[in-house]
Design a protein around this ligand. Sequence first.
Ligand code: TXA
Ligand code: MG
Length: 351
Amino acid sequence: MARIVAPSETNVENAARTLRDGGLVAFPTETVYGLGAAARDPRALARLYAAKGRPSDHPVIVHLASASALGGWAREVPSAAERLAAAFWPGPLTLGLRRAEHVPDAVTGGQDTVGLRVPDHPLALALLRAFDDGVAAPSANRFGRISPTTAAHVAQEFEGIELTVLDGGPCRVGVESTIVDLSAGAPRLLRPGGVTLARLEEVLGERVELAGHLRTDAEATSRRHAAETPRAPGGLARHYAPATPTERIAPEALPGRLGGGGAGLGVLARRPAPAGFEGVWIAMPEGPTDYARALYAALRRLDASGCRTIVLEEVPDTAAWLAVRDRLRRASARPESSERGLVGSAGQEGT
Ligand code: TXA
Ligand code: MG
């Protein structure tokens, strides 16, 4: 049974002990909840992968208490990494760096890089300090499914599993961290998230290249580029996905899609439901920051509502909406562009 516990000092100490013993602990971050395991302990990592139903060649992010621990996990720390860490940590940014020798393959998915981040949440930081070492933590959901932004979401995901969930309330950012790869010289955005591209470029004083799958929304292009970007998070087309069939629609086409009353539809849109709408409608916030914060809880609600189809109203195609657009695209990707073909295991259903 997943057990939700209050954010007390004792519970944090117990959680750190669980990590030291090779166990799993779910904890809040400012982005989404993470499912943590000791990042140096291959047995703990195996447990983590099993709990998530995640393919073992898929890398996980190592969470650190402070940027001063970077050198212990990365073989070299380029000055761009130092600048980004100084500007955004603790915060919703993950840096991809060349890994230090000792970093287990289970963390890197066998790649030569390691993803590192210092999260901006008092409970996460308290846990990391108490544990006093790196904590590997993917989002605390079954592989491919919607990331959790409350402790209750985590408990739903891992109902039958022995797991302590530290309750830190709802997550402030609501979508996952921005991932920037710095391992190959020029910075490359692998996943848009809590830190915007504009802020990254401002701090780096140079352009940040977008990984192929982010360059266009077009499904076909996305798939082509995804195949060229093995194991990068965005390389997986269907991810963060509801179990209910999900589609995206342009704002101007939405009224027509509602047809005769819209019974059986679950709609996510930045406007109120029209009079007489018979389905389930969630009116989303206007701006990208508030929208991102509300997104995953809204998708979960629609998924649990019994609707037959989820319809996502498209959001503006501007830089400020990059992270949200990416998540909407993934939530509505067709099954044939699922993870299966790319990582060679675990399809989108029930993972
Ligand atoms: O906001 C977040 O980053 C949350 C919280 C818990 O910190 N974590 C998170 O972890 O989203 P996860 O595992 O659900 O997604 C991390 C993504 C994965 O899709 C993985 O492919 C990618 O990061 N990743 C991790 N290490 C990598 C690396 N060395 N190179 C490329 N991608 C990497
Ligand atoms: Mg995830």
